[in-house]
Each structure stands twice: as structure tokens, then as C-alpha cells.
Design a protein around this ligand. Structure first.
Ligand code: GLN
Length: 196
């Protein structure tokens, strides 16, 4: 069984654990940097990206996360996790992990729409997926090599770039595990490549 970590410093951690387990993989809540050595993929959950970044710095996670990424391990960022993963953040010169080749804008759906649900057509899925958006960012620009998987009202809300998967919404807050199942498949293929 593949092992997938969920960065457990802040945010919707338990919900991702549930979703990973429902998708046929083992879930590990990552609270210590050493634990990154034991997992084949990582989820960066939703929550509050500035708070999460502070905790990442406080617990010395920045470099280990960068190494984890450089080693080609798959990473799935949801909402605040997408912001952490992005190469560029609109109006902020200090993006966090600077991995996924997109520009994100934080809290970009407006005040009246702090939180809402929308039926999304996701590339490769037969049936729509209900996206739960909570003070969500959107992807303003998808750079070279980035595959757009879903848009909502003309705004990009889900992407993949090689071993990176990112979405604006919270797939773990629904009972629909198709996106997590997709990520589990990404982790399996990356392991197959690693193990030759
Ligand atoms: N607004 C949050 C941020 O900027 C993200 C919200 C979320 O993860 N639900 O980090």
C-alpha cells in the first residue's frame, strides 16, 4: 500500500487522512521532518497559508519540503496548500515553496462569496465534482507545462504539472474521493518509476 503524508501543522488535516484512507492508501500525519522519509507523496491541506508558513519555518520544514519536492515526490496542495506550492503569489514577492508553475491570487472570490459550492467539470471525470470553496484562491495564470483540469466562471481552480496537483477548493470535505484517488494513482506511478 502506498503511504501518503498530510502536513499536520495546521488546517484540514483529519479530513485528508479520511479521504486518503477511503482512496485505498495509508495516511500519515506529518508533524516531524523525519517522517517525510517514510512517505511516497504529500498533501498540503487547506487552512491559512500565512499561519502554515510560520509553522513551517518554526519547525524547520522548509528545506526538508524543498528536498522532498526536488526528489520528485508527488505533492497535492488544496486551497492554502495550493498557495504554499505556487511559484508566484499575486501582490507578494515572497512565494513559499515556489514549485508549481502558477500565479495564485488569495481570497479571490470576493466577500459575498467567502464560501460556496459549485459543480465543476474536471478533465477526465465523467460526472461533475462538487467543489467546496472557502476563502479560496484562484489560479490567475498557469505557466508552461501546467495542465488546467478545471475552471469555475472562467477562473482556473484545478491544475496538474507533472508530480504536482493543486486545487482551489476542498475535495476532502465531500464524500467524493475521485480527486484523491487520482492523486493516489499519481503516487503509485511515481513509485513505479522510482523502483524501475
Ligand atoms: N484564505 C486562505 C489563505 O489565503 C486559504 C483558505 C483555505 O485554505 N480554505 O491561505
Amino acid at each position: 500500500m502506498v503511504k501518503i503524508g498530510v502536513l499536520g501543522l495546521q488546517g484540514a488535516v483529519r479530513e485528508h487522512v479520511r479521504s486518503i484512507e477511503a482512496s485505498g492508501a495509508e495516511a500519515v500525519v506529518i508533524k516531524k521532518i523525519e517522517q517525510l522519509n517514510d512517505v511516497d507523496g504529500l498533501v498540503l491541506p487547506g487552512g491559512e497559508s500565512t499561519t502554515m508558513r510560520k509553522l513551517i519555518d518554526q519547525y524547520g520544514f522548509m528545506e526538508p519540503l524543498q528536498e522532498f519536492i526536488a526528489a520528485g515526490n508527488p505533492i497535492f496542495g488544496t486551497c492554502a496548500g495550493l498557495i504554499l506550492l505556487a511559484k508566484r503569489i499575486q501582490g507578494n514577492d515572497n512565494a513559499h515553496l515556489q514549485a508549481l508553475n502558477v500565479t495564485v491570487e488569495r481570497n479571490s472570490f470576493g466577500r459575498q462569496r467567502e464560501s460556496f459550492e459549485a459543480a465543476l467539470n474536471i478533465k477526465g471525470f465523467d460526472e461533475p465534482f462538487t467543489g467546496v470553496f472557502i476563502r479560496a484562491p484562484h489560479i490567475v495564470e498557469a505557466g508552461e507545462g501546467v495542465d488546467v483540469l478545471a475552471e469555475h466562471n472562467g477562473r482556473i481552480v484545478a491544475v496538474q504539472e507533472g508530480s504536482f496537483l493543486g486545487c482551489s477548493f476542498h475535495p476532502e470535505l465531500t464524500e467524493d474521493h475521485r480527486i484523491m484517488e487520482y492523486f493516489v494513482e499519481m503516487v503509485k506511478s511515481s513509485l513505479a518509476v522510482k523502483n524501475g
